[in-house]
Design a protein around this ligand. Sequence first.
Ligand code: 5AD
Ligand code: SF4
Length: 376
Amino acid sequence: MKYFIVTFGCQMNVHDSEKIAGILEQKGYERASSKEEADIIVFNTCAIREGAEDRVFGNVGALKKMKKERPDLIIAVCGCMTQKEQTALEMKKKFPFVDIIIGTFNVVKLGEYIDKLKESRKKQVEVFEEGDIDELLPYKRTSGENAWVNIIQGCNNFCTYCIVPYVRGREKSREKEAILSEIKELVKSGKYKQITLLGQNVNSYGKDLKNPCSFAQLLSEICKIEGDFKVWFMTSHPKDLSDEVIDVIAKEDKILKDIHLPAQSGNNRILAKMNRKYTREDYLKIIKKIKRKIPSVRLTSDFIVGFPTETEEEFLDTYSLIEEVRFDSIFAFIYSKREGTVASKMDGQIDEETKRIRVNKLLDLEKKIQKEDNKK
Ligand code: 5AD
Ligand code: SF4
């Protein structure tokens, strides 16, 4: 019996797919090299923008014929998109040939759903139940010399454009001991040269633990683990990136001097409407501090253009922020309305053409900066 996993979205999803692969291998499945060869196909989905959801619908829909020819093929859809009940039900209605539809929180029970399906041949649709972090799951790692390690799940920030808090739940940190022993094992195995710590907001790490531990403390302890490896992490929220964390990055040779710090906008009115809880000036102050303490730093960021009511002038504040910081690279996104978020109910949604022009301006600016820096 063989499995094939199709992953959409961020590193968190890539790592979740390693968990899904681990669960399937425990059940005796082997990795297939194509969908045609597989007895079960799992789609691990992303909900961050409408485009991501459209791609999932397209990819799942394309399997209709294959399922007709091979009725025993199991098709499962899971992850952020199907964590939304409405989308899960829409998926069920649109694609009646899909066997299992589950959300982010019950992916851990995929094995049980497969057993139930085989017993009854009845479709499984289940979405909710925010549970605890499961420490006992096996991972089938797939990212070469890099090993992903979850340190905190969920997000409490509720940026007004973002669906993540609704589909990943509230922040839940893993126990420090569990993280350290996982990393020790990974380093001991000799297979990994890089450990990448994952979380929607890694700087919030440890605040919710019974014995609180800061992210800076965690980083220091990880660096004490003996062995030849580098540490990286993502993602940081500018309002939570503490001086202690910057100092640890500056001091520890094991930590890569590479910071991803999403700014989203360079305009204060838009930042407030986004509920980002910092101003352009706060952001620039942190960048200045980082550059002073870590001169070799590589800085990257995320930006959203066309947030509801964003004027041309306000967009140009984002443009000038990028010019001022001169990021090594940026991710520029067109604002995508996400049902259920605060921003989706705001007046003044921006038309698609304006958004496209704005995003292209940012990407051109990024290219210009990179060209100038490469010359240097
Ligand atoms: N529309 C466009 N981009 C978004 N992001 C999050 N939500 C949206 C949305 N509704 C972007 C942010 C975030 C990155 C992972 O995705 O820039 O940092
Ligand atoms: Fe979304 Fe904001 Fe949380 Fe990032 S910090 S996951 S953008 S709500």
